[in-house]
Design a protein around this ligand. Sequence first.
Ligand code: HEM
Length: 429
Amino acid sequence: MPHVLPPLATRATPAPLPRLPGFDHTLAWLADPYRFIARGCATLGADVFQIRLLMRPTICMSGPLAAELFYDESRFVRAGAAPEPMQATLFGHGGVQTLDGDAHRVRKALLVGLTGADSVQTLVSIVGEEWDRAAAGWAATPQPVTLYREVQPLLARAACRWAGVPLPEADVARRTRQLVALFDEAAAGPIAHLQARWARSRAEAWLTALVEHARAGRTALPPGCAAQAIVAYRDLDGRPLPAHTAAVELLNLLRPVVAVSVWISFVAHALQRFPAWRATLASPDGENLAPAFIDEIRRHYPFFPAIVARVRTDFDWCGLHFPAGRRVLLDVFGTHHDARIWRTPQSFLPERWLRRQPGPYEFLAQGGGDVAGGHRCPGEDLAAQLMRLALGRLLHMRVIVPPQVMALKMSRLPAVPVDGIRLRVLDPG
Ligand code: HEM
């Protein structure tokens, strides 16, 4: 049953947004970031309500109707939307996430062009090589390895090779730490957050220098690579990107490839938790069912809790008033567990994807709506294909799974399994 209030036409004057009791909700949100909005919706009986986050009034919204509204760019903008701690770590300044209108569309075309089908194939084959090299090393050690941590350097190496960013072996550990900190430490407490800020400044300095050296002819980039395309790209005003902005966009490609480690840890978790699915996927029909298994992981498991925007100008919707400038959070995890869209939403059921494909505002793992025209992630196919590669490798690996905590820590962002999936690899397959 929808929670939304009656449409505007049935209300003489718009109502104020329902509010959760309390002065500031930041600590409550941090304690349970994935379920906070859905719980608020249940408490208030509404899909839209207001809280105070980091001392600022913030609208929370959940469900497909809210998502469709959220992706209406005549109503919402991204400039100035992200909270400062998020901008200073996950996004950086001047990147595509913070642009609107034509400036966004032109910049987005660059990133969509760099993540097309050929590019996906190239990255998947590089990751395959790096995985096999790393897996031989895992099998050679008698100790269990932590999968979440082990795949990060291999993804960082692969992302840099793919994007044409030179990464000497001696720098792999340091650059991996920096890329991981941007998505793994930004919300992990004050010290980790400071480390994530520092990591961004170091990573941006590294890539800014690369852009400057490439432009000055001191570093030759492989022709046709993503780094070269970003260095040569001209923005809406016909000018090249400032070197720092080019570095932020390069990070927008490198960081999320390494972040696929989160989903790879969930692939391993799901194979462990749902052994019947392991058997099915290893059967001759398994290849055909892999996409449904991957999509269900992207729905069921927690990665991004919410997506952020800001109200462009005052408007009323369903009898509620949205004031200009107000920050808005769209609930990703809650929408994926909304019983109005997903039957038995708490259950892990890959077969649901064989019956029905969700609409563009029902499945928000990498954003909703349209890729080219909106802010939806351009890396959806990349991420899914890398998960598929990892699934294939994990199915063929002979491992012992030592006793460990398999539970997800739902107060952590991202909520990876507590022990990071420890495996004693006997044969890499
Ligand atoms: C690890 C898996 C990934 C997840 C969970 C993920 C998730 C997301 C989400 C939730 C958004 C925001 C959508 C919005 O603001 O409406 C986004 C945007 C974006 N993603 Fe991904 N993504 C992933 C992988 C990738 C990959 C592999 C790439 C490219 C190599 C990528 C590049 C981007 C870029 C450039 C944006 C900004 C798009 C824009 O603002 O127009 N992502 N992603």
